[in-house]
Design a protein around this ligand. Structure first.
Ligand SMILES: Cc1cc2nc3c(=O)[nH]c(=O)nc-3n(C[C@H](O)[C@H](O)[C@H](O)COP(=O)(O)OP(=O)(O)OC[C@H]3O[C@@H](n4cnc5c(N)ncnc54)[C@H](O)[C@@H]3O)c2cc1C
Length: 373
């Protein structure tokens, strides 16, 4: 049997951030990790405000030297077919970045390990049996099953929230957004446009972003129940999927972008885990609350909730009985504020009132119609 003060499940931005903070406090941390198993990592836009968080974690210098691509703004055709630019010129934190996402996640996890977190590769999390003072986390590894005696467990396993859902919590979905993401390389010329380009279309929206190393990701977002064809995953049909766009297609054609692998289908919906904390466990990052990629706030929120969850665990280990309930209320508040902002942004697009995708998103702030689970 392994022993730890805190077992953290998932080594994405949330899990690595929490493990780093807890290990620096001298706690014995086990970072339970399973590779995502995808040909490439999606979720690359990091906003300028991330700098403050990276500085507070003591990771800024390492991050700045890692070769992520500075991004000086966004361009969007949203509410109108014309492109509007928003630049980061007056942002107090400076520019944002398009990340090499796999390298970013690996760097965070390495920092947690350097601070003392022990890494534990697993193939599955089997369950959590709470106990006083310690509970038991059961995991499956390549070489057999392992029991981990731990005082607390933190679920940072992303949208799947494997531990929370296994403990009886359920995801409260706010929509059914899915993403189809294709990684491309240019066959002609050199693309230097480091803005994120967003374009609304009748049944959803697209974005595209240049990545470090010259690859570019093109992503389509729509609701899973509105998908009319399965062509979004087929490499030969993919270029035709861009037909409803104007600006995104123009970038695709100008540099003759070609897919490097079949497009990925990914859940991209907004949702919250209810409850966010239970007997001996808490959830953070996407496992606790997941945002629409339009917000570009997923990574930052994952790291910020993880930092808060780590403080909550320390407070609860020090005997504060209200810490977990306060954390859960904080996450619920974040979700509420986010939903108001989401309705505000989607409410700007009114060109297709007959489209079900946009009709669902046409309410005034806070009246976005949500699906029944
Ligand atoms: C199409 C798309 C585009 C996006 N674009 C952006 C963007 O531009 N900017 C932005 O900020 N956010 C973006 N996001 C959101 C962002 O990627 C997430 O919010 C962020 O990754 C959340 O971090 P996390 O650590 O909570 O979860 P994740 O990054 O999902 O990490 C979870 C980790 O847990 C591991 N795991 C899963 N199950 C288990 C298990 N059973 N045992 C052990 N480990 C397990 C996974 O392998 C993974 O390593 C986007 C999301 C999508 C879908």
């Amino acid at each position: 049997m392994e022993e730890a003060d805190v077992a953290v499940i998932g080594a994405g931005p949330a899990g690595a951030t929490a493990a780093l903070i807890l290990a620096r406090q001298g706690l014995r941390v086990l970072l339970v990790e399973r590779p995502a198993g995808r040909p490439f990592a999606v979720g690359e836009g990091l906003p300028p405000a991330a700098r403050a968080l990276l500085e507070s974690l003591g990771l800024w210098e390492r991050f700045a030297a890692a070769g992520h691509l500075p991004s000086y703004g966004n361009r969007s055709a949203w509410g109108s077919s014309e492109l509007r630019a928003t630049d980061f010129l007056f942002n107090p934190y400076g520019h944002g970045w398009h990340l090499d996402r796999a390298a970013f996640d690996a760097q965070l996890a390495d920092a947690a390990a350097a601070a003392g977190a022990r890494r534990c590769p697993v193939t599955a999390v089997l369950g959590w049996e709470p106990g006083t003072p310690d509970g038991v986390l059961r995991v499956r590894r390549g070489d057999g099953d392992l029991a981990v005696r731990a005082r607390r467990v933190l679920d940072c396993s992303g949208r799947a929230a494997v531990l929370g859902v296994g403990a009886g919590a359920r995801r409260l979905p706010h929509d059914r957004l899915v993403a189809f993401a294709g990684l491309h390389r240019p066959a002609r010329g050199t693309d230097r446009d480091t803005t994120t380009l967003v374009e609304a279309v009748p049944d959803g929206w697209w974005y595209t972003a240049l990545l470090p190393g010259g690859a570019r990701v093109f992503v389509y977002l729509t609701d899973s129940d509105l998908l009319r064809s399965k062509t979004y995953r087929h490499p030969t049909a993919w270029p035709a999927c861009l037909a409803p766009t104007r600006h995104v297609r123009e970038v695709h054609e100008r540099f003759r972008y070609e897919l490097t692998a079949p497009p990925l289908a990914l859940p991209a919906g907004s949702s919250r885990l209810v409850p966010t904390a239970g007997a001996g466990w808490l959830a953070a990052g996407d496992a606790a609350v997941s945002f629409d990629p339009l917000s570009s706030q997923g990574i930052l929120t994952a790291m910020a909730t993880a930092a808060r969850a780590a403080e909550t665990i320390i407070a609860s280990l020090n005997g504060n009985p209200d810490a977990a309930a306060r954390y859960a209320a904080h996450v619920e508040g974040l979700d509420r504020e986010y939903l108001t902002r989401r309705a505000h942004y989607y409410g700007h697009e009114r060109r297709w009132p007959e489209s079900e995708f946009w009709r669902r998103r046409s309410g005034r702030a806070g009246t976005f119609s949500t699906p029944t689970p």
